[in-house]
Design a protein around this ligand. Sequence first.
Ligand code: PRX
Length: 649
Amino acid sequence: MTTETLHPVSPEFAAKALINEQRYQQMYQASVSDPEAFWAEQAKRIDWMKPFSKVKQTSFDDHNVDIKWFLDGHLNVSANCLDRHLETRGDQTAIIWEADEPGQSKHITYRQLHEQVCRFANALKHQGVAQGDVVTIYMPMIPEAAVAMLACTRIGAIHSVVFGGFSPEALAGRILDGRSNVVITADEGVRAGRKTGLKANVDEALTHPEIKTVDKVIVVRHTGADIAWHDHRDLDYAELMAAADAECAPEPMDSEDPLFILYTSGSTGKPKGILHTTGGYLLYASLTHQYVFDYQDGDVYWCTADIGWVTGHSYLIYGPLANGATTLMFEGVPNYPDVTRMAQVIDSHKVNILYTAPTAIRSMMALGDAAMRGADGSSLRVLGSVGEPINPEAWNWYHQTVGKGNCPIVDTWWQTETGGILITPLPGATALKPGSATRPFFGVQPALVDNEGQVLEGATEGNLVLLDSWPGQSRSIFGDHDRFVETYFKTFKGTYFTGDGARRDEDGYYWITGRVDDVLNVSGHRMGTAEIESALVAHKQVAEAAVVGIAHDIKGQGIYVYVTLNSGVEPSEALRLELKNWVRREIGPIASPDCIQWAPGLPKTRSGKIMRRILRKIAASEYEGLGDISTLADPSVVEQLINEHKAMM
Ligand code: PRX
């Protein structure tokens, strides 16, 4: 093994860990040599209402993509997350909620959560929500969001959580695509002391002329703000809860019944409604949560992700609750009121396991050791990272400053589509290399292929694919199975293509190098270039737009936009600002461009394809080595763009 950057597992940690190196090797081998036997054994961690008849029926053949796990089995997700814990840990805290304002937190026990979920499940039924209906959840990070998600699972409704930072326009698109008839929201969300009118955003979204399905909006009074009220449609959450019965039997659901839809960006077109189903997803979320974080009974576990992202689904709600964990839900941001907030939360709740994103780590690191100054932090045992590659400098800072050099870091690679973590260290087993997601989790068979789809062996670099299915895998794109097949199974036949590139080193460790398609990763948020471009061209003064990523110290990638204005429109600072605000309004603040460059024309091939490679280089001030530009329809635009870029810098 290369030793210069290697952090071996400490023998003390390994001795207490659930999985040590020997066990990892044994279990990994078993998981790939006889997947059926391995997963049948793991499936015992789920309470089945009816046993499954077959473990796995999966095919990645692009003429017949078929992914089914635990066939004919029946289970209920909320019963697995709540009911089965009541006897052993009914009075244990299930959710610690920490408010945006320091000093305000609440503990909700498993028994209390169970009761709230049952009540809300009854309330939903009472409003006519039935099995298979899509319920949109557009909420801040408050316990009622977890109640809403779990209540849907209890009655077999499919939830579609939309991140509270998305604009009314983006929310409308998702409501429309999901053909949802109920929206659950709150009056306002609060983050870093700033309020967002979520209910007002829902009202605005519902003015969309094509939305005809939504007849109920359920509103949690969170801040108590004055909000517009439509008697025919709006319902008060607290009133519904008070009127609802506290008992609700969990609906037996088939393993392959849809559990939720979650929209994510791709390289083309509108966001895709990634569909996850019930049995395989829950098992995979629970198993990975336990082993990847070495979660042990009594641990306090904190995942900082918002419920609007897949990390918030799998590792804030479903994985931890299925395991009977105490999961911390934080309404705010790590640097409010100041950079010590994260440490204060860790100390006041004695957090043992922290799972966060490189962008948060880098924003704390920018202030030296201030984030941990005066803090104790000794409760921490395991640290996790997710969402984008973590650069070694940030890794080392996280390890030394937050973890005091004692806590293994699990750099977990996965995607909305994968449902759970696929490549990751296990803290008691894997010697760490800063910046590497290391090795596959049980049952996961990664491979690197060249652009022709040839599998590459040994230490090499290529396109990251998965050769076989795992239980947490997405089954389809909601309402568009052809797009699912096209996006993931056509590029490299017989495999699932992740859209990521990776390097494998001589020790077999994987190093994710980032997306190989036109998807950006901004602060760990996935953004489709096509999505931002189509928002921009919807502006009446914009003729064309091309979006590329640029390196950004904190966000990982920033959004760089080339805009061609309609003829006769003069570029100005005011217009630049207007376009930035326009994108915020169309998609949300996370899509706000970092830089807009005016482009008299865009470098296109004669067939009209924009050469993003050239645009990426110019944005990065790399004017040399642009490659062959003679194939461009108009090679002179390149020089114009370079001159414009130089003038801006
Ligand atoms: O490019 C990879 C990056 O995030 C993408 C998935 O984004 P999303 O579906 O929004 O899910 C994010 C949370 C799971 C991947 O295709 N990514 C995620 N985790 C890592 C990562 N890149 C490098 N290292 C990671 N640990």
